[in-house]
Design a protein around this ligand. Structure first.
Ligand SMILES: Nc1nc2c(c(=O)[nH]1)N[C@H]1C(S)=C(S)[C@@H](COP(=O)(O)O)O[C@H]1N2
Ligand SMILES: [Mo]
Length: 324
């Protein structure tokens, strides 16, 4: 039976507190018990919840910039506890339960290298990057290729700002991102089956689309290690694996990269990976998704509901496998 819940548009956003905070319950896993969503005053969040031992970069600039109302998600924000304890981060392990291991990743200093087809290859510290860009908060829907989904307030800045900092030269067509490789704290790197580092890429047009975002915070606080601190990509119209975590390198190139999952299983995980309910994964349907922290399944939307922003990127590309 479907449990009736108020939608994001039925309660003012400021009155919605993540349910784990409001109800003080534990981490939801798998088929979680149905829990009634309640609206309580937002003060509950400040009063309530701190993840024990969580690694946050406390020296980060204010991580709670103003929310951009342009990206109203149309559904309730996922509980902070769910979004920060049920994670995919294969450099640590493949279990979703990476929180403890991820705390060992040093978040400061954090440096991003810009190279390839750029005017001047260089490295920039995270503080200098944050000083150079206008920050904002955006609440985005996230859709994992495994068919779970969440709705998260990210703080950060438009990816186009990072592209500007990289300063691509005229022939550049793709932006490639690379995750930190820290064998001393990432036991998953020892798994020989995967070809590390984790790499992802976008066309320059996708990267400059207004929706493409770089996160350095979530839920109004600095980003957590398990969610991809110190700096990660957020491409909400694509399956979650495109949203690469813990970025240390940004390379501009004229050649389409082979991304991490594409290199492992190209039939299942392509370069474009745009969300489409009508195109099943070879091993499961993509028609609906499970909302983290609830037992609710909702229909999946084309481009995860962001077609008005991004569909135009793909006109003329009908021969590409845009949705796998
Ligand atoms: N470096 C790296 N980035 C990654 C992953 C990963 O394993 N390693 N997993 C991806 C997948 S499959 C998803 S769904 C999201 C999950 O982000 P979250 O843990 O913040 O929800 O991160 C993506 N980015
Ligand atoms: Mo994912």
């Amino acid at each position: 039976m479907l449990i009736r819940r108020p939608r994001g548009w039925e309660i003012p956003e400021r009155l919605v507190t993540p349910e784990a905070v409001a109800l003080g319950r534990g981490v939801a896993r798998g088929a979680a018990a149905p829990v009634e969503r309640r609206a309580v005053l937002a003060g509950g969040l400040a009063a309530g919840f701190a993840l024990a031992g969580a690694a946050r970069a406390e020296d980060a600039p204010p991580a709670a910039p103003a929310r951009n109302p342009r990206y109203e998600p149309g559904r309730a924000v996922t509980g902070e506890r769910e979004a920060t304890t049920y994670n995919n981060f294969y450099e640590f392990n493949t279990s979703k339960d990476v929180v403890r291991q991820a705390q060992r990743m040093p978040l400061r200093p954090w440096t991003v290298r810009f190279d390839g087809m750029v005017e001047r290859p260089r490295e920039m510290g995270i503080e200098d990057i944050l000083r150079a860009v206008p920050q904002e908060e955006r609440v985005y829907r996230h859709r994992c290729v495994e068919a779970w989904a969440m709705t998260v307030p990210w703080s950060g800045f438009a990816l186009s700002e990072l592209v500007k900092l990289a300063a691509p030269t005229a022939g550049a067509r793709y932006v490639v991102f690379e995750t930190a490789q820290l064998p001393a704290v990432m036991p998953g790197l020892r798994a020989p089956f995967y070809s590390w580092p984790y790499v992802e890429g976008l066309t320059l047009a996708e990267a400059n689309n207004e929706l493409a975002f770089v996160a350095t915070g979530l839920y109004g606080r600095p980003l957590l290690a398990q969610n991809g601190a110190s700096i990660r990509l957020v491409t909400p119209w694509k399956y979650g694996f495109k949203s690469i975590k813990s970025i240390v390198r940004v390379t501009l190139t004229d050649r389409r990269p082979t991304s991490f999952w594409e290199g492992i299983q190209p039939q299942e995980y392509g370069f474009w990976a745009n969300v489409n309910p009508a195109v099943p994964h070879p091993r499961w349907s993509q028609a609906s998704e499970r909302l983290l922290g609830t037992s609710e399944r909702v229909p999946t939307q084309l481009y995860n509901g962001y077609g008005e922003f991004v569909a135009g990127l793909y006109t003329g590309l009908q021969n590409e496998r845009l949705f796998v």
